[in-house]
Write a protein that binds this ligand. Structure first.
Ligand code: FUB
Length: 654
């Protein structure tokens, strides 16, 4: 039981990313991707920092993890599936667990991996088997006879035959026996140069490949063609490209076709890859030293879409940070992993001491933009957006749909420097999370643009949120509502809050409130503010949340709320019972009936009006509420002579 719990603990689902690099909790190089049971499994090698006593300037790998996903977006780390101490023939401190592969045949999983043999030099290739793609893998006692080298790759052909390819003295390939553990056929004796002895080697050299350093073969079959793909150094002193050759036979001869991915632009010497067909599309898994820009032996797996030409040749693949997969609008979207940017936009690490924290990007001038493609809004009904951003000056930026000048989804105003009133602040250069209401919600899957509308701004991520259910919108033409069972009135027409500079709630004296409210009452209808007919999901009407989500205005706010109480008959002798956070004033049919002054916390029935009569037909109930630093809300109901809630009326908010 304990062991099961431990294994469960090791299975770590990541945040949804759909961006490159795909694995964000560790280095993950040489990604071999396979589909088992309609799920993608990635078997990478696991770069780590070399422990003391090991070469500090070289690859260092002590174990393997496997990761899986069913949407190319959410990845689960299933933990360690094999470590160097578990390899009976390997050096327990060899740190040489380089690029592996895994295939499945007859319900068994065969994991092929290189390691440094205890009693020899260089590399051998071993097999470990399991009943599940996630292991546990049991290692065979001996490495595969006749294979000296690295980077094993196994092709399962349509007729059930299996072939193994590896690098070491060029690229070689051999048929595997049915048991998948040994190569078929005789071994060849190869003499070492300068009389250094001989050794036995399996298979044959793959003919037809170009001169130059080659490793990491990955062979797959598509439409009757065999593709031998491999990292290749095409120029003297150059770094690795990804190149390929095609053949009608699994062991060649091969017809060299050229490269499908150029050298990495920023000095990652190696590349190593695999191809995968998943749900009808082809993908290239490869690596780059994203999280370790100054040392290219710590690499991270990436994915791109691959397209083939009609004649079967592979179209060039450009490396991106965007990668593949659709992001849900409600995911945290790292916009620094963009699909395109305008000139001058640049990215930097959020924390160069911990690069796994990722990047942010800077839009250096007005009209700069960042494009992020394939975001699905199906998950959002109504909502708002949160953005993590920083700036040196007050500025404004927008999220737009489809184009740099497209429809504005949201406008983010960034006040980093404010010299007025109680909200004086200096937040220049500091990360802030901003919220903004949405002007418009894009449909389906779309591309978004973040556009700079003023001074430079840096953005780390954006995330859309469904509005928490504090309120629901009352659709036009809805039937009237009733008070809730405790008599609380939940349906209101709420006007967007008006900002008010209020240092503290101690100013809320009767005369201050009466003057302010009367002044504001005279302004009603003159300001350009929107009103919303809303149903509060709680008995208290959370004005602060309303301001936050509908108008990006929270503290220091002045609110108007109105509703209509519709009575079938006159209801005499009732009292209005109110509790509020802030100070509030209440009018029934435009007559002042109650004033709650001072710095109040919301308490049910905190204040009561004198006796009132609700007339037959419509009664207008109006509230003005003002608050400085608090979480404004109110609860209100009518009570009868015996302090029982009055509920025999309906409510209309319009
Ligand atoms: O990861 C170690 C080695 O680097 C791989 O085996 C090679 O293919 C290269 O990616």
């Amino acid at each position: 039981m304990k062991k099961q719990l431990f294994l469960l603990f090791l299975m770590l689902p990541f945040m949804a990313v759909a961006q490159n690099p795909i694995i964000r909790n560790q280095f993950a190089a040489d990604p071999t991707a396979r589909v088992f049971n309609d799920r993608i499994y990635v078997y990478p090698s696991h770069d780590i920092s070399a422990p003391e006593g090991q070469r500090q300037d070289w690859f260092c790998m002590a174990d393997y993890h496997v990761f899986s996903s069913e949407n190319l977006t959410d990845w689960t780390d299933h933990g360690v599936i094999l470590s160097q101490e578990q390899v009976p023939w390997g050096k327990p401190d060899g740190y040489s667990m380089w690029a592996p592969d895994c295939v499945s045949k007859n319900g068994k999983y065969y994991f092929y991996f290189p390691d440094a043999p205890r009693d020899g030099r260089g590399f051998a290739i071993g097999v470990a088997t399991a009943d599940s793609p996630e292991g546990p893998f049991m290692c065979e006692p001996k490495p595969i006879r006749g294979i000296t080298g690295i980077d094993p790759c196994v092709l399962l052909d349509d007729d059930g035959s299996a072939y193994i390819y590896w690098s070491g003295m060029g690229i070689r390939g051999a048929k595997l026996r049915d048991d998948m553990l040994e190569v078929d056929g005789d071994l060849e004796t190869v003499e070492m140069p300068q009389g250094r002895g001989s050794f036995q080697v399996a298979g044959k050299n793959m003919d037809g490949l170009p001169e130059g350093f080659k490793e990491g073969p990955f062979v797959f079959k598509r439409d009757g063609w065999y593709y031998l793909t491999f990292p290749w150094v095409r120029t003297e002193g150059g770094t690795e490209t990804l190149a390929y050759a095609m053949s009608k036979s699994p062991l060649g001869p091969w017809n060299f076709k050229g490269i499908f991915m150029a050298e990495h632009a920023d000095h990652c010497w190696t590349n190593h890859h695999s191809f995968l067909q998943y749900r009808g599309e082809w993908y290239l898994f490869y690596h780059h030293n994203d999280y370790s820009p100054s040392f290219d032996k710590r690499r991270s797996a990436r994915i791109e879409r691959v397209l083939f030409n009609k004649d079967g040749t592979i179209q060039e693949v450009k490396p991106t940070k965007r990668g593949v997969g659709i992001n849900q609008a409600t995911d945290k979207i790292e916009i620094d992993c963009y699909s395109a940017v305008s000139e001058g936009v640049f990215t930097q690490f959020v924390d160069s001491a911990d690069t796994f924290k990722g990047w942010y990007c800077t839009l250096p001038k007005k009209n700069s933009w960042v494009k992020y493609n394939d975001i699905s809004f199906d998950c959002l009904d109504e909502g708002y957006v949160i953005v993590c951003a920083k700036a040196e000056e007050n500025t404004e930026f927008c999220i737009r749909d489809k184009k740099a000048k497209g429809k504005v989804v949201a406008t983010l105003k960034m006040t980093v420097l404010s010299e007025q009133g109680p909200f004086r602040r200096d937040m220049r250069g500091q990360w802030l999370t901003l919220t903004a209401p949405l002007n418009y919600i894009p449909k389906g899957v779309t591309d978004l643009f973040i556009t700079c509308e003023g001074a430079p701004v840096s953005v780390d991520w954006i995330q859309f949120k469904n509005r928490p259910k504090y309120f629901s919108v009352v659709p036009k033409g809805s039937l009237p509502a009733c008070p809730d069972s405790a008599g609380f009135i939940r349906r209101w027409l709420l006007q967007e809050p008006i900002p008010k500079s209020i240092p503290s709630n101690t100013v809320f004296t009767d005369s201050y409130l009466r003057n302010t409210f009367t002044e504001e009452l005279a302004n009603i209808g003159k300001q350009k503010v929107k009103s919303y007919a809303l149903e509060s999901e709680t008995y208290n009407v959370r004005l602060f949340r309303f301001g936050e989500l509908w108008a990006n205005q929270t503290y220091g706010s002045f609110f108007w709320a109105t509703t209509i109480i519709d009575c079938e008959d006159e209801i005499p002798i009732v009292r209005l019972a109110v509790g509020c956070n802030g100070a509030s004033m209440w009018w029934l049919n435009e007559e002042e009936v109650l004033l709650l002054s001072g710095d109040r916390r919301m308490v049910e029935d905190d204040a009561m009006s004198p006796r009132l009569t609700l007339k037959k037909g419509r009664n207008l109930l109006r509230c003005a509420l003002v608050n400085g630093p608090g979480l404004s809300d109110f609860c209100v109901r009518f009570l009868d002579e015996k302090n029982k809630p009055v509920t025999n009326y309906t409510i209309i908010a319009k």
